[in-house]
Ligand binder design. Structure first.
Ligand code: FMN
Length: 354
């Protein structure tokens, strides 16, 4: 199935935590890709403001992403135990003993209403399935809908719910696992194996995500039946990306694959560069309360660590091919990716006729 959202079949992944600034989103869209704003951590007011800012920077299509979140409850004893476990790290950062957060996350329903009012051309969802009636409301507002899946049953569920595009997230991907049917350990299929399965199972166009860093990866994904690719880590080292300079530096110095999938930061499995926080919290991996509770409990630690330049306590979400990061302005990165894809496909043609 064709991909018709933008001239180039390249989506810059939504990346929560400040990476996807309006400047990054607009630069990618202006270069002919699809820039995506991560909305999950933004209050409804801030979400509206950033969407409007993007509109001042580009008249091209762009996308806004949310996590589909359902209310969760936690027992007081579990909450206290979780706060207690974080205490030594808080102390090391000079933070006072933690207090229970006033709220664990932004209000998903209120964020969704902002999307329905602001009507970004494309909206995408992570973490869970949006009910068909909500997909229909977004369609009526004129938005195209992308759903994230990590295996075939999830892909079919999104198709059934009415999604226009499916983002297949391979195990290599940086950030949170999108798994919502079954345990995440059963959905750790690499993109090379996952993509053809999903492409065969659904009729809607499939966007490949996970470990794609250059034109070789894009060409491979297109040959496996993807209609487009979604790249996250590759855009983290663009000057427009809003991550900590030390995180950028760490990505550019990465060798091999120093990533690990961990629940310790947020309560939901996510791939990150291994650091001291993960190693010290590893023994409690199974006890950590679910997202968004643990995420809220570690928020002050992550902020204080960023302020103090303590990389060892920041959440450094990144994919398995982070060592291929380059420091290029977003527009030049998109242009380079397109050029490299042409070259990769040309080389393939040559190999066939050698
Ligand atoms: C720093 C970071 C933050 C992310 N945050 C989000 C997010 O807010 N929403 C989302 O749908 N995906 C998020 N992802 C996952 C991406 O959509 C995508 O699956 C992933 O970046 C693809 O793998 P790659 O990083 O190897 O390119 C994030 C990824 C990274 C690296």
């Amino acid at each position: 199935m064709p991909y018709t959202l933008t001239p180039h079949p390249i989506l810059q992944a939504p990346m929560a935590g400040g990476a996807t600034t309006p400047e990054l989103v607009a630069a990618v869209s202006n270069a002919g890709g699809l820039g995506s704003l991560a909305g999950v951590m933004l209050s409804p007011e801030k979400l509206r403001e950033e969407i409007r800012k993007i509109r001042t920077l580009t008249d091209r299509p762009f996308s806004v992403n949310l996590f589909v979140l359902k209310p969760v409850a936690v027992a007081q004893a579990e909450l206290e135990a979780a706060m207690e476990r974080l205490q030594p790290i808080r102390a090391e950062l000079g933070l006072p003993p933690g207090k229970a957060p006033v709220k664990f996350s932004e209000d998903f329903e209120a964020q969704l209403e902002v999307l329905l009012e602001e009507k970004p051309p494309v909206v995408s969802f992570h973490f869970d399935l949006l009910p068909a009636r909500q997909v229909e409301r977004l369609h009526q507002a004129g938005c195209k809908v992308i759903g994230t899946a990590t295996h075939v049953a999830e892909a079919m569920a999104w198709q059934e719910a009415g999604a226009d595009y499916l983002c297949a997230q391979g195990a290599e991907a940086g950030g949170h696992r999108g798994t919502f049917i079954g345990p995440f350990e059963h959905a750790m299929t690499g993109i090379l194996a996952l993509l053809p399965q999903v492409v065969e199972a659904v009729k809607i166009p499939v966007i490949a995500a996970g470990g794609i860093m250059d034109g070789r990866g894009i060409a491979a994904a297109l040959l496996l039946g993807a209609s487009a690719v979604q790249m996250g880590t590759a855009f983290l080292t663009c000057p427009e990306a809003g991550i900590h300079p030390l995180f950028k530096q760490a990505l550019l110095q990465t060798k091999g694959d120093p990533t690990v999938v961990t629940r310790t930061f947020s309560g939901r499995p996510a791939r990150a560069l291994r650091n001291a926080f993960i190693e010290r919290m590893q023994p409690y991996e199974a006890q950590v309360p679910p997202y968004p509770i643990q995420n809220a409990l570690t928020a002050e630690i992550r902020q204080a660590a960023a302020k103090a330049g303590r990389l060892e306590f920041m959440s450094l979400w990144a994919g398995q091919a982070a060592c291929l990061c380059r420091s290029l302005p977003a527009a030049l990165l998109v242009e380079t990716l397109v050029q490299e894809t042409h070259e990769a496909l040309y080389r393939l043609e040559g190999a066939l006729h050698a």
